[in-house]
Design a protein around this ligand. Structure first.
Ligand code: ZN
Length: 348
């Protein structure tokens, strides 16, 4: 079968590999129909996360159950499913409390040995899914893949960023970073009753995308962001600020400045490093910070409901469709910010 494998920074190749087999009766084999390149894949692509050369990458996907182990109770061959990017065991102390992202045996597709056992990724013609009863989400009939696939990771993450912030209807929500996660957070804030979503970025195309979703935009390369948000909020600042940039302290510090007193900074950007932030300012102004990784297992069903009701259409972010052979080109486009979301269609 064909699969997309990582060999080093800016080096991904499509190659022939052996087909996966069930290694436990709790596994299922999925034949992906639709997958998307996620921002986290970009960190791998750049070599910021180091895998073992030859690892199959990708984790945002859905497909058809090709084969299910004997202990898989909820799914059968032929079922159409969305696959949670995060693999939880469904049994530990955290899973029993539905805190799946902190599962004692947490893992993720396509990230090599970063989380222990290396689980092959989604950009392949067949994928082994461990703990299938927990990790798979039944896809509703009549809703196309393109609307559902982002539940696998990005949409669940954007939704968590909003829910974990404690946002209330009528709140003004500022989103720092208009990549897919920022825009999906904004869309979720919108359906959950934000009175205004203010989208902040420096890339013109991304601001245009935010604007097309009905958000107010601020180009951070042109104005002082905190001052601009205060102008829009009677001098207070935003009730909720979603930080969806990651990597450095800079967007976090901006988020703290943009939030009103007693407001919440919801951090959903990708942060692996330690840095200092203005704790004194946070304490004096009683601002709160929350952190979210995104939980497709917990949020899958409610997100399906919003999509079926027509309240949410994440497919609006998919700007490019390619086949699996074109994956290296898809990574290049995403890296150069020429695309918002690149989808791999397997039957293309
Ligand atoms: Zn667990």
């Amino acid at each position: 079968m064909r699969a997309v494998r990582w060999y080093g920074a800016y080096d991904v190749r499509v190659e022939d590999v052996g087909e996966p087999r069930l290694t436990s009766e709790r596994d299922a084999i999925i034949r992906p129909t639709f997958a998307t390149i996620c921002g986290t894949d970009l960190h791998i692509y750049r070599g910021e996360i180091t895998l073992v050369p030859g690892n199959i990458i990708g984790h945002e996907f859905m497909g058809i159950v090709e084969k299910a182990g004997k202990e898989v109770k909820r799914f059968n061959e032929g079922d159409r499913v969305i696959v949670s990017a995060w693999i939880a065991d469904g049994e530990c102390w955290f899973c029993r409390r539905r805190l799946y992202t902190q599962c004692e045996n947490i893992n993720i597709f396509g990230m090599g040995p970063v989380y222990g056992e290396s689980i092959d990724g989604a950009f392949a013609e067949l994928v082994r899914v461990p703990n299938a009863d927990t990790v798979l989400i039944k896809a509703p009939d009549g809703v196309p893949d393109e609307k559902l696939v982002l539940i696998s990771d990005g949409l669940a993450t954007g939704y968590d960023a909003v829910v974990n912030s404690g946002m209330e209807p009528g709140d003004v929500v500022a989103v720092i970073g208009c990549g897919p996660i920022g825009l999906l957070s904004g869309m979720c804030a919108d359906i959950l009753g934000a009175s205004q979503v203010i989208a902040i970025d420096i890339v013109r195309e991304r601001l245009e995308a935010a604007s097309s979703l009905g958000f107010t935009t601020i180009n951070a390369s042109e104005v002082d962001v905190a001052e601009e948000v205060r102008k829009m909020t009677d001098g207070r600042g935003a009730d909720v600020v979603i930080e969806a940039v990651g990597r450095t302290s800079e967007p976090l510090i901006t988020a703290i400045e943009v939030a009103r007193r007693k407001g919440t900074i919801s951090v959903v950007g990708f942060h692996l490093h330690e840095y200092s932030i203005p704790t004194g300012q946070l304490w004096l102004s009683e601002k709160r910070m929350t952190f979210s990784i995104g939980d497709p297992i917990r949020n899958g069903e409610i997100l399906i409901r919003y999509i079926k009701q027509g309240k949410l259409d994440p497919s609006r972010l998919i700007t490019h469709r390619i086949n699996i052979e074109e994956a290296p080109k898809g990574f290049e486009m995403f890296e150069r910010k020429q695309s918002l979301k690149v989808a791999i269609e397997f039957r293309r």
